[in-house]
Design a protein around this ligand. Structure first.
Ligand code: HEM
Length: 737
């Protein structure tokens, strides 16, 4: 996996993320924590010049030979008594880098350099502690609080002041004709690179570069040598064999050289094993995905190419079994439907849903079965499959068309996200609350904003931190708290609607889901199947949330893809003109006569891939899947990306190609691996509704408008992934046809 990320995908994972603790001092400069162009230039300069002043020339070996003498003398002075070798060793190792960078070494007895080494060692140790890592999560807050992070910053400031003096001395004595060391060479490069400020050759970057070189060149090698001492003491027989080999090959009188290495295979093996077993940088340094290679989105399916279609991933304290590819998904969600029907515990849901096991999305067992069946039949009664719902959607299309006309004004530009959210949400509001909201309704708009933001927050690092450390996060400030504030505001919004419904409820004439539920409650006074008022608010919230974000996001992707492929948009226009014309509104009966448009809508859903990791599932009992034993209670992640982009199912998986859904004669064809709504017993409850909305809204919009990007703007298909994968915010030009 490490090879896959760092070697095979080296371009995707070359950058460093911003680590707030270090950013205060390093500011993205230098070599170790920089990214992009600056990193490339600084790294290239450093590797070339380290080679020039050391490697490849005799001088580095000479420096080390001299230092070895000093070190042996210092050890001898202890006369076999126990002593702490820490700082003598560290100073010796550090002197090698100092010779290359500053052109001189420091005496072991020099108190000022000893102090720098102590400060650095303390900073490195503290930086890895749990309390200091809190700084990375809450930098804004922690910078005002006492704690080890303050020591880390204070230590680095003293080290930086020390290094700045070295640079100033070099600047005073600088002779461009005779560069003595790394700093001199860098000063010359600063003169040369004046025209290229992005490369970052200035004294601030120099300072951080030498901090990087000194720190990395000191701590790491010195720590490895300390481990070597530990292992030699713990394994005296190995120490003896190394000594025997050295005695035989080099003897006691002359110093070693690199040319001796091939003749010391046992010693060489011991050094390698010391590095492996010492494991001094256990976590590596964090790398940042510079392209969209998200775990759930596209990276995990890549892993499937190496590990097969079923494997385990640990995220924090949680373990997930990952399922990839259409065949594995079918085996789990359809063939073994009963075994994988439940959802695992989620700390976020646990806090949101006041009643345990409430709602539609997260509930399990009999309660879920009953509530799902009730919701489906109620939605059917109020419209699905009936012209009533089609009429509501068509009425909403008229409102949407008017809003687009109003918003675009002279510039022709509209911001589609808010409009689509309002229009789509109004359909589910009709079904659940029996009413639609005006697009200018303040409260409604606030709810829509809360929905989008909480979907994003739940999938963000904040949501993930909450899932991993709920007890700690409960007490900490941060954006994760908004998830709960928003959820409870949405729930209150629905609870108020329920109160209103209770006042004018006519049991013989239910108007919507809320009315039907209130009536049903009377038949379930003694059951625990979730027919309570709290659960009504929670189920309504689920329908409102799931019914808004998903379909609106798919419509946004539709605009992105149709604008990126104007020839496809034109073919859809032509088909609609031929079959429906431009005056009457579309109906579901038209779908069969619009095979190309239908194929385009399916391809938008496939390529849009709006729920990349699907809903989580849990093994209901011990079972076997793909030959692997899955114990009861294991969380399972059926990755939808891996089905919608399955190389064995789609002719051109990585291309937007409506041809995936058309046969040679242009007829629409269904595809088994088309699973944006997932599959099995927990398949999306709103699939029928969503399909109807997507068809009617898209055809209604394309009948009236041609869409394009504003002059000079290229829309991106990269997407921002929270729980859903949404396009980055964009504006479009809507021209009336
Ligand atoms: C393009 C639009 C939509 C897409 C792509 C979509 C996709 C999904 C997916 C992938 C799941 C998880 C299924 C699983 O765990 O296997 C789901 C669940 C669900 N969806 Fe949708 N959905 C969409 C629209 C809607 C709409 C309009 C509604 C409103 C009625 C809705 C209501 C639900 C509910 C209530 C669940 C939970 C079902 C359960 O756990 O039993 N969805 N959806």
């Amino acid at each position: 996996m490490v090879k896959e990320a760092l070697v095979n995908q080296l371009d995707s994972f070359v950058d460093r993320p911003i680590i707030p603790l270090f950013h205060v001092i390093f500011k993205g400069l230098g070599i170790g924590l920089s990214s992009g162009y600056l990193w490339k230039k600084q790294r290239k300069f450093a590797s070339t010049h380290l080679r020039y002043f050391g490697e490849g020339q005799k001088s580095l070996e000479k420096y080390i030979e001299v230092e070895c003498n000093f070190l042996s003398e210092a050890f001898k002075e202890e006369q076999g008594r126990p002593f702490n070798p820490h700082y003598t060793l560290t100073n010796a190792v550090s002197n090698i880098v100092c010779s290359v960078v500053f052109g001189h070494r420091f005496e072991y007895s020099d108190p000022s350099y000893r102090r720098i080494l102590e400060l650095d060692n303390e900073a490195v140790v503290l930086a890895g502690s749990l309390r200091t890592q809190l700084y990375d999560v809450f930098p804004g807050l922690m910078k005002h609080l006492p704690g080890p992070h303050q020591t880390v910053h204070a230590n680095y400031r003293q080290i930086v002041a020390f290094l700045r003096k070295e640079i100033e001395k070099h600047q005073e004595e600088w002779n461009p004709e005779d560069p003595r060391d790394y700093i001199d060479a860098y000063l010359a490069e600063m003169e040369k690179k004046k025209e290229d400020p992005q490369a970052g050759f200035n004294t601030d970057t120099l300072l951080i570069c030498i901090l990087d070189l000194i720190e990395a060149g000191t701590e790491s090698a010195a720590t490895t040598l300390r481990w070597a001492l530990v292992f030699m003491m713990n394994y005296p027989e190995i120490q003896e064999k190394v000594q025997a080999e050295i005695d035989r090959v080099i003897g006691q009188s002359r110093q070693p050289t690199m040319a001796d290495r091939p003749n010391l295979p046992y010693t060489d093996a011991v050094i390698h094993e010391t590095q492996r077993y010492g494991n001094i940088v256990p976590m590596g340094f964090p790398k940042m995905a510079s392209k969209d290679s998200t775990l759930g989105g596209f990276f995990i399916p890549k892993l499937a190419e190496i590990y097969g279609n079923i494997f385990t991933v640990r995220l924090g304290k949680d373990t997930f079994v990952i399922l990839c590819g259409h065949k594995m998904m079918k085996e789990a969600l359809v063939t073994q439907a009963e075994n994988f029907v439940d959802r695992p515990h989620s700390s976020i849901a646990g806090r949101c849903y006041a009643e345990p096991g409430a709602g539609l999305f997260m509930s399990n067992g009999d309660k879920w079965k009953k509530q799902r069946r009730f919701a489906l039949s109620t939605l059917r009664n109020f419209g699905l499959g009936k012209s009533m719902l089609e009429q509501s959607i068509c009425e909403e299309i008229r409102h949407l068309q008017e809003e687009i006309e109003r918003e675009k004004g002279g510039s022709q530009l509209i911001d589609p996200a808010g409009l689509f959210n309002s229009a789509v949400s109004n359909i589910v509001c009709q079904l659940v609350m029996g009413k639609r909201f005006d697009y200018s309704d303040y409260n409604f708009q606030i709810m829509l904003k809360y929905i989008s933001e909480s979907f994003w927050l739940q999938g963000s690092i904040w949501g993930q931190l909450y899932e991993a450390f709920p007890k700690v996060m409960d007490y900490l400030p941060g954006p994760h708290n908004k998830i709960f504030t928003y959820f409870s505001a949405i729930q209150t919004f629905l609870a108020e609607e329920i109160e209103k419904h209770k006042k004018d409820l006519d049991p013989s004439n239910p108007r919507d889901y809320i009315d039907t539920f209130l009536i049903e409650m009377k038949n379930h006074k003694d059951s625990d199947l979730g027919f309570t008022e709290t659960n009504l608010a929670l189920c309504s919230t689920d329908l409102f949330l799931a019914g808004t974000e998903t379909t609106a996001t798919t419509l946004l992707w539709a605009l992105v893809f149709l604008i990126q492929h104007p020839e496809i948009q034109e073919m859809v226009h032509t088909e609609i003109d031929t079959v429906i014309g431009r005056t009457r509104l579309p109906s579901m009966a038209d779908r069969i006569n619009l095979p190309y448009t239908d194929a385009v809508i399916h391809e938008i859903q496939r390529f849009g891939n709006i729920l990349p990791i699907n809903g989580l599932r849990m093994a209901h009992k011990d079972t076997t899947l793909g030959g692997c034993f899955i114990p009861k209670g294991t969380a399972v992640m059926p990755i939808l990306t891996s089905v919608l982009f399955d190389k064995t199912e789609w002719e051109t998986p990585d291309t937007f190609n409506p041809g995936h859904f058309l046969d040679a004669s242009g007829k629409f064809v269904k595809r088994e691996a088309f699973l944006p709504f997932s599959s099995g017993k927990r398949v999306c409850l709103g699939e029928g509704l969503a399909k109807m909305e997507l068809f009617l809204f898209l055809v209604g919009l394309l009948q009236k408008f041609s869409f394009s990007a504003p002059e000079g703007v290229e829309l991106s298909a990269e997407g921002i992934t929270g729980v859903t994968r949404v396009p980055a915010p964009f504006k479009v030009c809507a021209r009336a046809r």
